[in-house]
Design a protein around this ligand. Structure first.
Ligand code: FAD
Length: 474
């Protein structure tokens, strides 16, 4: 069956608005997912999501008539063999920006070409093509604002999303694959099921993504500009990031749906969606970004690696309620509000002087939306060593940030229930609360809730001194 094609799913686990699927058209198709090993393989929380997303995709493909083949291993060897077995002349897939993925794709294409076949890549995950969008002088963008202006202009003529096909024609003889469970993506005994509570917050898969988009349009978009920094507010932001990461919804669907709805929050929301594009643009052009500071003067930064401090931060036991609430939200739901990600990351790399790569690694393992481009770009941004980064000397004070963005302590009370009875005035300053207030709220500092692990003024001074050592930094 020479005219068959393989549809290789990676980070575009959907049937609607999938240009790789659309390119196959009416031809017999073998949909395949291959779990790959290698650098930056998905972390624990992202694996949980992937399991459930693949389950949803499998069900949708089976209903459409072409069941998903699940495999594990090296695509460079697997795909030529599959093409041979099915007679497929082409493999269609979405383009990816991760360096290991790009390498793998180039080598898979070469392996297919050696037998007269080819890998055809489509734009499934982004609104722009990182290799095509260029500055006036022909280089890549390193600053967000001009990048977003250029992409906004390009998107004026963005075609509408492609509807999902109702029927697919399967290949005549599909090879035998693995059962989803055999991938071992879920927490395995004897490890406790740390993801047990995730289902209360998320519905992975294309239908869950569409439902979340619809709810956000109804409940959140209009107030987005005003409420996106308030972590205690329901629908302050969309919560679409894990769905976007695995492509259960395309950025084009998000873009069009938001524009069709319109309203006061629209422009701010679209600009955030373009931060995602910018991160991928950066990763494409600076593939070293996940490991290496983009500003080379940070290579010798005098970090003070300390396992106990890192552990206290990871467990949400820093003594700064907004940070602890965020780290516990992360552990319990696999997600953290953006404002709190910035505050928690800043405490780690600035007041505590821990390397940004350690925070990046923890987020990689615990976020359901862990995304190599967004995570590494954001950590470098907070640490001051990235493209268009926050200046290093702009150091968030977690107490003031908490008071500003969670003034009534709703967010802290939810994730740090031991603080629930504190009056608003002390909710972000537990360590300064008078003894009588603490007693009234049932808190013994250092027992029920930790004393701060760093003195903020000292931590700030130490961070600034460390920064001054970075030669040539401004
Ligand atoms: P919304 O506010 O509803 O925004 C809509 C979409 O825009 C998001 O779903 C996301 O895809 C994109 N977006 C919004 N803000 C950003 C941003 N600053 N950078 C890139 N894309 C953005 N985002 C990830 O998707 N994966 C990560 O691994 C990740 N790690 C981060 C680490 C740190 C230290 C920080 C400070 C931020 C990180 N972010 C990451 C960015 C941001 O926090 C999340 O995208 C956002 O919180 C997701 O929530 P939402 O879907 O409700 O966002």
């Amino acid at each position: 069956m020479r005219d068959a094609a393989i549809l290789w799913f990676r980070q575009d686990l959907r049937l609607a608005d999938n240009p790789a699927l659309a390119a196959i058209g009416e031809r017999p198709v073998l949909p395949v997912y291959i779990l790959e090993d290698g650098p930056w393989a998905p972390g624990g929380a992202a694996r949980w999501w992937l399991h459930h997303s693949l389950a949803a995709l499998s069900a949708a493909l089976a209903a459409a008539g072409a069941p998903l083949l699940i495999l594990r291993g090296d695509p460079r060897a697997i795909l030529p063999a599959l093409a041979e077995a099915t007679g497929a002349a082409e493999v269609h897939a979405g383009r990816r920006t991760e360096p290991a993925g790009r390498r793998c794709d180039a080598e898979t294409h070469a392996a297919l070409e050696a037998t007269g076949r080819r890998l055809v890549l489509h734009r499934t995950a982004l609104l722009h093509e990182p290799h095509l969008v260029r500055t006036g002088s022909g280089g890549p963008y390193g600053v967000y604002t001009p990048f977003s202006r250029a992409v906004f202009a390009l998107l004026e003529g963005l075609p509408p999303p492609i509807p999902a096909p109702s029927r697919l024609q399967p290949v005549a003889e599909a090879p035998q694959g693995l059962a989803l469970d055999a991938l071992g993506l879920l927490p395995q005994p004897p490890v406790p099921d740390w993801a047990a509570g995730f289902h209360d917050h998320w519905q992975p898969g294309e239908a869950g993504a569409a439902a979340r988009m619809a709810a956000f349009l109804a409940e959140g978009l209009d107030g987005y500009a005003a409420r996106r920094n308030d972590p205690g507010v329901t629908w302050g932001t969309s919560g679409l990031s894990p769905h976007l990461h695995l492509g259960e919804i395309s950025p084009r669907q998000v873009w069009h749906a938001a524009r069709a709805k319109g309203g006061r929050g629209l422009e701010t929301f679209l600009k955030e969606v373009l931060w995602r594009e910018f991160s991928h643009h950066l990763l494409w052009h600076r593939p070293e970004m996940p490991e290496t500071p983009l500003r080379s003067e940070f290579a010798g930064f005098p970090w003070r690696r300390d396992a106990a401090l890192l552990r206290a931060w990871q467990r949400g036991r820093t003594g700064f309620p907004i940070v602890d609430a965020g780290m516990r939200q992360l552990w319990q739901t696999g997600w953290m509000h953006n404002r709190v990600r910035m505050i928690a990351a800043s405490l780690l790399v600035k007041h505590l002087l821990q390397p940004w790569q350690d925070g990046e690694a923890w987020f990689w393992d615990t976020l359901v939306d862990a995304d190599l481009a967004a995570n590494s770009a954001s950590w470098q941004w907070v640490a001051g060593c990235g493209a268009d980064a926050a200046p290093y000397f702009r150091i968030f004070n977690p107490v003031l940030q908490g008071e500003k963005f969670d003034p009534d302590g709703a967010y802290v009370r939810r994730w740090c229930p031991e603080l629930a009875k504190l009056p608003d005035r002390w909710i972000h300053r537990v360590h300064e609360a008078p003894e009588i207030v603490l007693r009234g709220a049932g808190i013994v500092l250092g027992k029920d809730y930790p004393a701060p692990i760093v003195d903020l003024a000292e931590g700030r001074a130490r961070a600034l001194a460390a920064f001054a050592e970075v030669k040539g930094a401004d």
